[in-house]
Design a protein around this ligand. Structure first.
Ligand code: GDG
Length: 740
């Protein structure tokens, strides 16, 4: 039975070696909860670092830890103190974390740490490969393991791999700064499904893939190395029920059962109905905007003195990465700011900020949530922010107001929060005032809607949706129809080719025999290509036909001295032997009008150009900005479709080109016409773009049709690129001796 393999930097357990016995406590964090049902299925396992540095524990302890972990269905990856320093504290937290959160000034690029990052990802891969079988479902988590999908895929191409990024994926303009960007992207692209919290992150990722790797992207699907990779957004949720139920228990407590913390919190509010608590909870991380929040709170107190002595900011900052220098500085800055502001506003009976630098138990966390009238969550950048959702879940009485930074992924879902730009102090202060004076009715209306969302799309739903999409993605790569031209199919094709009595080869030129050039005139045939075509064409009973959308003049220049057949201008002109003939009488009155329209698009889209041919006109956008070009392409297609309706013209969506031509000509019709002259018992057709689909569709079922590049096609097979086409043709050439 296929198993689920979850891989994350840390295992979902805490290990304590303090006592004689090894103590393993399962974590109850969001990820562990979400994965619970996936992890519990069959022989599923979770692979990750245990938190112990392998060179600081002896062999015997290590074996015992592994044994204890096995009971929890966990497998440890051993990391040394140096690994932790360079891979985790170093590269993950000093390079990827700040860069992906737009903190360029904090981002360090250290080649040795990059090497350590790759080496540790390799360690994870090696450990995972000990367990992975072909049909397994693997889910890799987060920014520490971005190279891992490819390291696994390389050895287990049939395994189904999902990757989820828990932090933001930055805009291309930020990501392009990263020195090893190609390698990192290729690492992620070992996955079959890539998940992000929001559509914006997904969009940025696709943009990087297009611009940096130049890969083809159709909506949210990337075509890479014979595979379709899907990118989608899955906003992570929380264990709603756990938070909601815990809050109900705390709200229902009698006074005598209340904890000291709860009493203190409620005490502040009980003195006056206008007394309110504002809560903020985060790891002490510069992305969370803590100093900024304190300063904004100061601005609010300056601007609205009527709230003095009434409101209190309860700020829980949980220690995090405290041995990284930026975090040390942040701690100092936070301490100083809290001190200064408390000093500035405090009275005998009131301190405006209650600041806790520690982590608290779950129960106390709930006490904080339930006691607070307002949650002030104002990160400068945050992948999702689960605290916002937890606050919503604990509001069992449906009151309370959430102020949320629009820079948090959660803002995309929680529209009923008061959304703020945390850099605008005026907006910040106004939001606080609105929240503190909001009517209960409005609070409830907003809270009910937010609760619906957070409850429905909880962490279990998030995990199950991801897994479901991952399984579907793997299946849908077969929907493409064509099979990969693997060595077995290739051998069968060559053997049938050898046995045939009269062979016919239709071969498209651009994108099939030669790669694309920025200027189409630069894609001239090279000597190797001439030799290859010559040797095929000189085989007994073999007809080679080059079939192209290019014009007769260009092909005459390149191939007139050769005796293979040519079909140019999508089928308008045919050369057999040394004679050219045309079969179509074509109306060309439309070309000038269409060219004028194309010119207006060229003017507005730098990098695009028009190729005017005898029987068609094409708008090329290969060298234009990818995203602008795609937008213009949609606009232009709409204009052209309305113009060409009922006019006998068709618009062909080619490889980075739109071509307008008469509908009465296409490569399919040209092939059918060509075949009337003789009886062929074995036909091979190869082509890479939309115009070649006409020939794949029109040719008899017995033909071997091969698409170049993995795209939707009616061809039976596909191969990678012009290079693999040439390798295949060489094999055909070597299979039968030339007659000369
Ligand atoms: C990363 C991304 C993304 C906090 N203090 C205590 C405590 N917590 C719990 C909260 C919450 C979690 O920690 C924090 O989650 P966040 O989502 O707010 O932030 P990150 O840790 O930065 O997480 C983030 C997340 O991954 C998931 O994909 O949302 O954007 O940065 O659950 O309740 N829990 C307890 N005591 C504390 O003192 N018990």
């Amino acid at each position: 039975m296929p198993k689920n393999i979850i891989i994350s930097n840390r295992l979902p357990v805490q290990i304590s070696l303090d006592k004689a016995e090894i103590e393993i406590t399962p974590s109850v964090g969001g990820l562990a909860t979400g994965m619970k049902s996936i992890h519990s299925e069959g022989n599923s396992i979770w692979i990750g670092w245990s938190g112990l540095e392998s060179d600081t524990i002896d062999e015997e302890t290590s074996v015992r830890v592994d044994e204890a972990l096995k009971n929890e269905k966990c497998v440890a990856v051993n990391l040394t103190a140096e690994d932790v320093e360079d891979f985790y504290l170093g590269f993950s937290n000093k390079t990827i974390w700040p860069l992906f959160h737009y903190f360029i000034e904090y981002t360090k690029f250290n080649y040795n740490q990059w090497k350590a990052y790759k080496a540790v990802n390799q360690k994870f891969a090696e450990k995972a490969l000990e367990f992975i079988e072909d049909d397994d479902i693997i889910w890799v988590h987060d920014y520490q393991l971005m190279m891992l999908p490819e390291l696994i895929k390389r050895h287990k191409p049939n395994a189904t791999i999902g990757f989820f990024l828990h932090i933001p994926y930055p805009s291309h303009e930020i990501f392009r700064i990263f020195p090893w960007r190609e390698e990192l992207l290729k690492g992620i692209l070992g996955s079959d499904l890539i998940g992000m919290h929001t559509y914006d992150y997904e969009r940025h990722f696709l943009s990087s893939v297009k611009r940096i790797l130049g890969l083809e992207v159709h909506f949210n699907e990337i075509i890479y190395r014979n595979r379709i990779i899907k990118v989608d957004s899955f906003p992570m949720g929380i264990d709603y029920k756990r938070f909601h139920d815990a809050a109900s228990v705390i709200n229902d407590r009698e006074e005598k059962d209340q904890s000291e913390l709860q009493k203190r919190l409620l005490d502040h509010k009980s003195k006056d109905t206008n007394n309110k608590l504002i809560l903020s909870i985060d790891r002490l991380d510069y992305t969370k905007g803590i100093p900024n929040r304190i300063k904004a709170f100061e601005f609010f107190l300056d601007r609205y003195p009527e709230f003095h002595e009434k409101v209190r900011l309860v700020m829980l900052a949980v220690p995090s990465r405290s041995n990284v220098s930026q975090y040390k500085r942040l701690k100092k800055e936070t301490d100083e700011l809290v001190g200064r502001i408390n000093g500035k506003f405090a009275t005998i009976s009131w301190t405006p900020i209650w600041y806790f630098y520690r982590s608290v138990a779950f129960e106390q966390l709930i006490e904080l949530y339930t006691a607070s009238d307002v949650a002030l969550i104002s990160p400068l950048r945050d992948g999702m922010n689960l605290v916002a959702k937890e606050y919503v879940a604990t509001r069992t009485k449906k009151d309370g107001v959430l102020i949320l930074s629009e820079m948090a992924g959660a803002a995309k879902e929680l529209h009923d929060a008061i959304l703020i730009n945390p850099n605008n102090f005026q907006e910040f202060a106004n939001a606080l005032k609105t929240a503190l004076t909001m009517s209960t009715l409005e609070q409830m209306t907003r809270m009910i809607d937010m609760q619906k969302r957070v409850k429905r799309y909880d962490v279990e739903k998030w995990a199950s949706e991801f897994i479901k999409t991952l399984k579907d993605t793997k299946k849908s790569s077969k929907v493409i129809g064509a099979k990969y031209m693997n060595p077995t199919i290739e051998r069968e094709t060559i053997s049938a080719y050898q046995k045939a009595k009269n062979r016919l080869l239709f071969i498209d030129y651009d994108g099939t025999l030669v790669g694309f050039k920025n200027d189409p005139q630069d894609a001239k045939p090279d000597q190797e290509l001439y030799d290859l075509l010559d040797s095929l064409n000189s085989q007994e009973n073999t007809t080679v036909v080059l079939i192209t959308g290019r014009d007769k003049e260009t092909f005459s220049r390149w191939f007139n001295h050769k005796d293979y057949a040519l079909i140019t201008d999508h089928g308008v002109w045919v050369k057999q032997g040394f004679n050219w003939r045309t079969t179509n009488v074509i109306n060309l009155n439309w070309i000038d009008n269409v060219t004028q329209i194309l010119e207006s698009f060229v003017d507005r889209t730098p990098g695009t150009f028009i190729e005017r041919k005898k029987f068609s006109v094409a708008w090329h956008y290969r060298t234009a900005d990818e995203e602008l070009a795609l937008r213009r392409k949609i606009e232009l297609t709409n204009v052209l479709i309305s113009l060409t309706a009922n006019s006998g013209l068709s618009v062909l969506d080619g490889n980075k080109v739109l071509e307008i031509k008469s509908s009465s000509i296409d490569k399919g019709k040209a092939c059918t016409q060509f075949m009337l002259d003789s009886e062929y018992d074995y036909i091979i057709a190869m082509g890479d773009d939309y115009t070649d689909e006409f020939m794949f569709k029109e040719l008899p079922d017995t033909a071997t049709t091969i698409k170049v590049g993995l795209k939707k096609t009616s061809a039976k097979y596909f191969t990678n690129d012009p290079n693999s086409v040439r390798v295949f043709l060489k094999k055909l050439a070597d299979a039968i001796p030339s007659k000369k």
